[in-house]
Design a protein around this ligand. Sequence first.
Ligand code: BGC
Length: 676
Amino acid sequence: MREELSKEELLNLPYMNSNFSVEERVEDLLSRLTLKEKFKLSAGSWMWYTKPIRRLGIKSFAMHDGPHGVRVDIQGKTQATYFPSAICRASTWNPKLSEKFGIAIAQEVRDVGAQMLLAPGINIHRTPMCGRTFEYQTEDPYLNKKLVIPVVKGIQSQRIAACVKHFICNNQEINRFTINAEVSERALQEIYFPAFKAAVQEADAWSIMSSYNKINGIYGSEHHHLLREILMKKWGFIGFVVSDWNATDLTSSTESCINAGLSLEMPMQKKYLPIKMKNAFDEGKFTEEILNDNIKRLLRVMFLTGLFDDESTLPQGSRNTKEHQNLACEIAEEGLVLLKNEGNLLPLNMEKLSKIAVIGPNANLQTYLGGGSSTNFPPYEITPLKGLQTKCEGKIEITDTPANADVALIFAGLKHIKGMDAEGYDKDIFKLPQEQIDLIEKTVDENSNTIVIMVAGSPVSMIEWMEKVPVVMYAWYGGMEVGNALSALIFGEVNPSGKLPITFPKYLSDSPAHVSERTYPGDENVYYDEGIFVGYRYFDSKNIEPLFPFGYGLSYTTFVYENLRLDGEKISGDELVTITVDIINSGDCSGAEVVQLYIQDIVSSIERPIKELKGFKKIKLKPGEKSNVMFTIGKRDLSFFDENSRSWKTEEGEFNILIGSSSRDIRLKCKIEYIN
Ligand code: BGC
């Protein structure tokens, strides 16, 4: 039996002293832990906590979902801000907003007394049918990376750990616990890894969640190559890996998880049952050194998040503040995407209307129950109808009869239920439910000024009715302030500036994962036969016209692109080239444009995408205002992953630089040459 330390003795131990460095504190605490205590620390208890070790004053480390707001309990006793879904935030193409979101959500995590947020989710949108598409950011690795960095930095600036999930290739919900993703090394390197790698190397993410699925035959939580070799050794990850909840169930053994580098098994001990750990240890299946490495990673994050420190020395928490709610509104305003605006029907002019019809199943739908772990419990949610009622009060009558209204607004789309946008299942159909299609068609017949607003977290087929409707806007799941954001956009107080972070196909069969059963949904295995040709990379290379391309979104104003210039036409080695373009707001209202830069390798020894996003900038301009936008491009932006040499390679030759307003609206083009 170990001697109990008095409270005072405990507080005098070196690891309790915040004047020591994190590494000194980790080493000191580790040296005091018994083997049994290390086993105990390796698995959670209850849903969201590690086990405390009172002898040493180690409190429970608390972690909560999720990507759109902190959720402490499933009854909703603790309320928190419900931010727009990740796909909506990604549609802002605004890294600054992602950072603000990270800071705000972390303040809410601090306020509920936890240390880690189980977010952001950054799996690539491989198919629009994935039930969790709304929870993830994009189909493009560059955009994914540029948005995850500020989220992680924002969260961790508050000394709250981000847990970047799900590592890796958790791209569908069908058979999510068992499916084996067969994916090439090149696709991992070029498509699936970059955002995780950037989260580690450029944002120093403190935790990564391993995925349920297998990757090339091995479960994520016991994948030695992916966790130890790539994540830890190659990328230099210093944080800890936590299993997705119950993801260890099907892994082969206790020691395979330990040796792979899984520090924490959640939500409870299974493979990390102390007796199993002891037996495996006694049989020499893992060493204490390996276990120490796993434990050190967890302790490191406990110190980084201030678990042992006086709370008054930590960044202050706050929750449900007006500031956070305004931020939720701002993200929605910038994230909603205007897809079609024939005859400039939008924005509506309050002065000229007397009656609008507001109909459709999603007009008054609350979406905070996120269909799984992304569920939120906000103090309120302004639905589209509520937002419009407030905006129109005393000025415009709202009716539910399109025939005699000036304009009809139909709120169509999906919701967070099985078979739509929900965790644990993929979507059943790509279309809208038939009754909604009927409603749209009937309404357009009755009122030609029909505006369809889609409330959905993933692309939905719109080909059947799109032509008949003059205006379509995608509102995603826009968080607790969506109704206010929407009415500000509809009445032109805010100019839309969202751009699609995912390609909208005309038909599902056009989509790269949907060429056969083998590529989706698979059975035991799902084959990523499309390789690197995910999203617009596939539509471009196969010359398939999407319904709406990646990077697309309209504004109430127009932008002229001109005067593209370079500070050099040839680069060699590590030299950089600066590309500048002038953007002019040529319309008559203020607005923001997302200027996109794509690279095209003109001649290559292997097949490469027609273009790849390598830069973007969002700029706000007043009518008539002109501004220049600068990009810097180097060797790495021109490279591909060469499977033969297992390294990144930049080939000599010419590359086109394409500057545009979407991936299919390239306005200016120039060439550079790379010489080794
Ligand atoms: C989900 C994770 C989530 C965890 C805890 C899992 O089912 O895949 O994203 O963080 O549950 O709720």
